[in-house]
Design a protein around this ligand. Structure first.
Ligand SMILES: Cc1cc2nc3c(=O)[nH]c(=O)nc-3n(C[C@H](O)[C@H](O)[C@H](O)COP(=O)(O)OP(=O)(O)OC[C@H]3O[C@@H](n4cnc5c(N)ncnc54)[C@H](O)[C@@H]3O)c2cc1C
Length: 314
């Protein structure tokens, strides 16, 4: 059996795994990096299939890690995307209340944005209609975030992978059934008669991170429950309505959100993240019966706990 050694092995080549590899090189921590991914190419999961919005940092609670990394990360990613000559739509975003009782959310988001270092401005009715003639604010005002932008996520992933390869990072694709020998700090690859030794391992497997952790004997008490998917519904009229409690993003126009001519929103259905996207929609009952101790024993409690943690972290 062939054995190869790398200082760092990263499981999962989504944006998180790639960014970690990039930072390890940038900070000169190590140049011996191997990324293992189960797919034939990168970007087939969340990192290549998302809306590509570079959020400016209005929603997160000031002082939280999320707020700090959202603002600084968006700026750094934007600089990198521009430097690489990748497409970017610097469209900005307006947040428009559709009910009077939602107007006070604008003040809260403005305060949070300012405290987080994001640029925000209030628009009156006239300014709003100059910016987006189709938009209508029931309270006569809206919040403008000029620094929100939209990128092409699949291009970001592909370019980052290429840059890392140029700097010597090894990518192993199609590695689905590897086997962890954590005592020996070794991963046995199944597609070839080969093993990889490592000093440090990063688990960046996205929605599969629980399964990967379990393979290393860690986190058996945790199970990622489910994710959401749904058809994109095209509409010319309805704007999503973000609040501090439901921070759906709404780019300045539907054009900006979809890079097409229409607004789009997703009708979310829970799905089993361990099954292929095409056949994975689940009902509430299937979720309740899903394997994993938390899912089985306390789906409602888990959801309630998750909601309260999310709320606290905002
Ligand atoms: C509908 C939607 C819209 C979104 N919109 C935005 C947005 O506008 N802006 C934004 O910033 N974020 C957005 N996000 C969030 C963003 O997409 C995710 O936070 C991010 O992509 C997560 O990256 P990741 O690297 O953790 O996971 P992933 O991209 O899922 O990467 C995980 C990788 O691990 C690999 N893998 C899994 N299991 C194994 C295994 N056993 N062995 C080897 N490899 C494995 C997978 O093949 C995959 O390549 C959105 C997410 C969704 C679902």
């Amino acid at each position: 059996m062939l054995t190869d050694s790398h200082d760092v092995v990263i499981i999962g080549g989504g944006i998180v795994g790639l960014s970690i590899a990039h930072q390890l090189l940038e900070r000169d921590i190590t140049h011996s990096i191997c990324v293992i991914d189960k797919e034939p190419e990168l970007g087939l999961h969340s990192s290549g299939r998302n809306s590509g919005v570079l959020h400016a940092g209005l929603y997160y609670k000031p002082g939280s890690t999320k707020a700090r990394v959202c603002v600084s990360g968006a700026k750094r990613l934007r600089d990198w995307v521009e430097e690489q000559g990748l497409p970017i739509n610097p469209c900005g975003k307006v947040i428009v209340p559709q009910r009077l009782d939602l107007d006070d959310q604008l003040g809260l988001l403005a305060e949070r944005g300012q405290a987080n270092g994001a640029q925000v401005e209030f628009l009156d009715e006239q300014q709003l209609s100059e910016l987006i003639p189709e938009a209508n604010s029931v309270s006569g005002r809206a919040l403008w975030s000029p620094n929100t932008a939209v990128v092409k996520p699949i291009k970001v992933v592909a370019t980052l992978q290429r840059r890392l390869q140029e700097r010597g990072v090894l990518f192993l694709h199609n590695e689905k059934n590897w086997f962890a020998r954590s005592e020996q700090k070794q991963i046995k690859l199944n597609t070839k008669d080969k093993a990889i030794n490592y000093n440090h391992l990063f688990n960046c497997a996205g929605l599969q991170a629980d399964r990967v952790a379990h393979q290393f004997g860690i986190g058996h008490e945790y199970s990622l429950l489910a994710a959401f998917q749904g058809p994109l519904l095209a509409t010319k009229t309805q704007l999503p309505n973000p609040t501090a409690h439901q921070p759906l993003s709404c780019a300045r126009s539907f054009r900006a959100f979809s890079w097409g001519s229409l607004h789009a929103k997703r009708r979310a259905k829970p799905f089993d993240k361990h099954r292929p996207y095409s056949d994975s929609c689940l009902g509430a009952r299937e979720l309740l019966l899903a394997p994993g101790s938390r899912a089985r024993n306390g789906f409602r409690q888990s959801l309630a706990a998750h909601a309260s943690v999310s709320e606290q972290s905002r």
